[in-house]
Design a protein around this ligand. Structure first.
Ligand SMILES: C[S@@+](CC[C@H](N)C(=O)[O-])C[C@H]1O[C@@H](n2cnc3c(N)ncnc32)[C@H](O)[C@@H]1O
Length: 378
């Protein structure tokens, strides 16, 4: 069902300029030693671009300084030149650029950028409330949603704890007008900003404020997360995501949210979420003082860095998360450990999981695999 998992790369994409009839994309990419960059697959506004000029392995002295232990960092810059008259939208307004590194026969993690977005950015204060890095993190997670959760431009999506629309902003340039985006959050002014700035230009993007209590984000809230029924019909979404939300809630709340996610996800639908997984490796790193989150206070249902306001940062034992997923019949599609605890080999800052609510055929295949494995082990 899902295309093969992309290879993790380090990289960055920038749009340098649009003049003299060409669009120039510059960036850098460091791929694993045995998978050198051969080319890129380029999509502009969803359309594949075949005519472009690629210069790769250009000198990158600043990168070499930043990654002295990686020899490939010495020549990691690339430059792509595309004639404007070959593009679907030559004026290049509100245009999403996606480039997928081709590493021989395999794909690397894609890099995205938006050219001349007409949506305004939220205030610095609102962006800081949700952790900052508004566009870089939004684009990074759009790439994960496309490549790990198989997000399509026509999908119906739910953004739980959408904040000030970090994901909605970039999705506005990816989803088409037949798609549906729903987001809800518990902070009033953030939702007001999204309703005033995103919905008027993209009416298929809807946001709701819910007055859920959270000691860190909404202490005056009068609804308990564990009792909150998501305001959407059963089986109405293809993809659901929660970025940096399960890192701020209690265990009994997560358990109820997984029930609701299961209810509103279509069979065959995927859910991508981030969290802090407490396991042997992260516990060792926390003990050694390497972690950015001191998750040492075990409250029974979660492990926090702040026993007075646990929702500041919450983590969960990895087997507990595995049971929450497995007990509801979800399949784990992929797990990506994060750098939060000081880990050297990581995908993004938080741990990220992608799960599937199997449809009839996926359940049948799972059953056959299970029986086959049992038979072989006899
Ligand atoms: C770090 S911010 C991330 C916001 C957004 N997901 C993003 O990536 O930009 C955490 C968000 O979770 C929201 N939140 C906390 N508890 C929640 C709950 N029980 N239900 C929904 N959202 C919640 C907060 O209001 C806040 O906007």
């Amino acid at each position: 069902m899902l295309s093969t998992r992309p290879i993790a790369v380090k990289g960055w994409l920038n749009i340098t300029n649009i003049n003299d009839g060409v669009l120039k994309l510059v960036g850098w990419l460091i791929s694993p030693v045995d998978r050198p960059l051969t080319s890129f697959e380029i999509k502009i506004s969803g359309q594949k671009i075949n005519s472009f000029d690629l210069e790769k392995n250009l000198p990158s002295p600043k990168l070499q300084e930043a990654f002295p232990h990686i020899p490939e960092a010495k020549n990691a810059r690339f430059r792509i030149t595309i004639p404007l008259n070959t593009l679907p939208t030559p004026d290049l307004k509100d245009t999403l650029v996606e480039i997928v590194p081709k590493l021989g026969a395999e794909n690397g993690q894609s890099m995205l950028a938006i050219v001349n977005p007409s949506l305004p950015l939220p205030s610095q204060e609102d962006m800081s409330t949700i952790g900052g890095a508004f566009l870089p993190v939004g684009l990074e997670f759009l790439s994960y949603l496309i490549q790990h959760a198989d997000l399509k431009p026509t999908d119906h999506v739910l953004d739980v704890g959408c904040g000030v629309g970090r994901l909605a902003y970039v999705l506005a340039y990816y989803l088409n007008s037949t798609a549906r985006y729903e987001g809800f959050d518990i902070i009033d002014n953030l939702i007001q900003w999204t309703q005033a700035n995103i919905t008027p230009q993209f009416p298929n993007f809807q946001f709701q404020k819910v007055n859920i209590h959270n000691k860190w984000y909404n202490p005056a809230g009068d609804v308990e997360a564990k009792d909150f029924i998501f305001p959407y019909p059963d089986e109405s979404f293809d993809v659901i995501f929660l970025t940096s939300v399960f890192t701020h809630v209690r265990g009994y709340e997560i358990s109820h949210y997984f029930d609701e996610i299961k209810r509103v996800l279509k069979p065959g639908g995927r859910c991508l979420f981030t969290c802090f997984l407490v396991n042997e490796e992260s516990q060792e790193l926390i003990k050694a003082g390497k972690s950015t989150q001191n998750l040492v206070y075990d409250l029974g249902d979660c492990i926090t860095n702040n026993p007075d306001k646990p929702e500041n940062a919450t983590g969960f034992l990895e087997p507990v998360v595995a049971s929450l997923i497995g007990d509801r019949g979800f399949s784990l599609l992929s797990k990506h450990y994060g750098s939060w605890c000081g880990r050297k080999d990581f995908t993004t800052y938080q741990d990220m999981l992608v799960i599937l609510k199997p449809n009839f055929f996926q359940k049948a295949i799972r059953k056959i695999n299970y029986l086959w494995n049992n038979f072989q082990n006899k």
